[in-house]
Design a protein around this ligand. Sequence first.
Ligand SMILES: [Cu+2]
Length: 579
Amino acid sequence: MTTGSLLAADLVIAVLASAAWLGGGAASAARRRPLALGLAAVALLATLARVITITALARAGWWFAAEKVLIAAPLSLAAVGIAGPRLLRAPGDIRAVAVPLFFAGYATSSALLVTILHGYPASAGAGLLAVAGVVAATVISGRALGAHLPRTVSRVALVVAVAALLTGTGLTVAPGAAPAVPHDHGSPAARIADEPTRRFTLTAGTATVDAGGRNVAAWAFNGQVPGPELTATVGDVVEVTLRNRDIGRGVTVHWHGYDVPNDQDGVPGVTQAAVRPGQEFVYRFRADQAGTYWYHTHSASDVGVRMGLYGVLVVRPGPATGLDVTVPVHTLAGRPLPVPKVEQVEAGLPVRLRLINTDSTTHRYAVAGTAFRVAAIDGVDLRGPTPLVDTAVLIPAGGRYDLVFDAPATPVALFVDGRAVYSTGPVSTATGAWPVLDPLGYGATAPVPWSRFDKTFTLVLDRGLDLRRLLPRYAHTVNGAADPDIPPQVVRRGDVVRFTIVNRSQIVHPWHLHGHHVLVLARDGEPATGSPLWLDSFDVRPGEVWEVAFRADNPGMWANHCHNLAHADAGMTLHLMYS
Ligand SMILES: [Cu+2]
């Protein structure tokens, strides 16, 4: 059983236990003896089952079990300890066990609320608040049922409630200094001169575009979705003038995966001010990384990218050979955009398909009708990629895979999420059962270039109630905090930095660090055994623990966030900064 399924199972069992205890309390209050005893038995079994799930989660990593061991387990023990003996005494009047059963229900459900609303890290404040809630609810139920509760119970409730308030609710972590926002650096055009320059203009504006035979409202660069494909040769200077015609929420251009100097990174409020309607901004950087990249607005990025403010950036080492095409996959107005038509090629010609996922969720790609190799991931060539047949690849949000093969004489087809987006003739469509490539074991291995790490950080991804703003929100959190309250990670130039990224939530988080590619060291404690994987976008699935590292060689302040852009907007963004 994976840690992700354990997390889900534990949650379901906790809900069941809470419901059964509370249902048992209600049934006994209504003097429905067999129902009350039956529900209490279910609750007891569910509570015991949690011993297994919580122990297994703790073995997978303390991050997954902290609040369950420290808060849920003691409360569940108290529930069984108080309700159990009274049930065993088999009271003549079943109503006599109503309050103990309600107590057990409140104990289990308040621990559940701690997991759902607070998560990681566990805190004394959250624990005390949970206990105070349990005691208060039990006292109220007791009064309502006319039960005699010892006066000490009310006193304990009062003491615990005061202690909880004094400790703080524990719903937020200790404040870290939110990063200071540097101001507009202006155009850096003077910095690089006398070099071959590729000049482009991107004008952002509202537009109506044809999305597979249907006109939809979009935000577009130069009136088209995707925006124009920007190409360059290694060594060129890329100069892009961004103009905003009428996008009221502002526009920037972020060069996704391209490790540009910090002031060219296009993050509003961090590396520049958003470009407002009528304004412009000139980006300029040297293209010294070959590979497949993309660009997109980082201003109101969730809605901006979804509405169409993105395009492809390809940097080639020299003239393209054979058929070399980009396949950006995007969902516009709820429907997949058609993939650009690929010309027919003669057999034997080398083909390079640059697959790009510009959506916020993972896509599954399958090439049918030919063996292929994965030549590069996230713009970086793999070492010793071997031929694959009838194998699918999963590309995370923001990620890119370059697939290469020699065009066969027989038909080939590309499937995205089981749908043929392109084919040169009839091929088998049964790609759904194909195995999925695990890039951590693909290609030829090479030693990790570092033996020690100067800085290590752990990012625990979860959900939680965020009370820092006027309106409470159910945020996507990192270490229990949400943007802008997540303390920045501070490194020095030259540091070798290791991140541990832990997903204790129920959803996939595609992680994306700006300005640096990270080398994958291990996943779930298993070292990567294939080609060195230098990624800028990788899916951390529920229950997974990723270890990645990089050298801090690109000074500045960099966004470090989930590339499910709705999650990033809902708190899952922090910053890496150089001291
Ligand atoms: Cu996410």
